[in-house]
Design a protein around this ligand. Sequence first.
Ligand code: PGA
Length: 250
Amino acid sequence: MLIAGNWKMNLDMPAARQLAGSIRNNLEDPGQVQVVLCPPFAYLDAVYGLVHGSPVSVGAQNMHAEESGAFTGEISASMLRSVGCSHVILGHSERRQYFGETDASVRDKVAQALRHGLVPVVCVGESLKERDAGRAEKVVSDQIRGALEGIEYPGKGRLVVAYEPVWAIGTGRTASPGEAQAIHAHIRSELATLFNAGDAAHINILYGGSMKPENADALLSEPDIDGGLIGGASLQAESFLAIVRAAMRA
Ligand code: PGA
């Protein structure tokens, strides 16, 4: 199980420090549950300094696929490693929607993250229009195949997938546990085709899209839901920790 908080473009430095500190101080031993905080780039170093030595890890929300060079405004995999990141969210639907990311660019970033020992959290998910047209599974399959084409299985725990139906992100509308489970099982079977069934069984597939303490238990008890990528509810220590506890129960 893995619970990751995606802070998106929120908080200032004092608030970021307070949130990270409060999560660290109030987290009971999470056991088998991995806990990852993904603050904006500007706070990575500070958040890492606060959680280092605790069970909490740090991830970024994006990165560039190139090693270094003339890419104004961009951040590389080795930079992320050098400030303590273990994970990086790639291909979030907001990146695809507002910043022109494609399956091909996500794939290049996945390869680069893996070369640097970062665990990519590869995001996929259909829009409402695609779901209503009965195309959710096809869209998600294409995204998975596009993002992982030619990528070798990196080993247990080295790759994470997040299913985030676009219509559920930040809308308060959540996929029902059954709807989410159906797509998660489908994703796992795609991963089994790309790698093999044994390896696919060890890839954490997170659900994201208005996950909160009230719906976390039901979602996380589904067999193919291995955690959550939490946006809004990750901005308060209390609600984020309640979701971590739900993962511990699942
Ligand atoms: P949300 O965001 O929990 O606010 O819906 C999830 C995400 O976009 O990662």
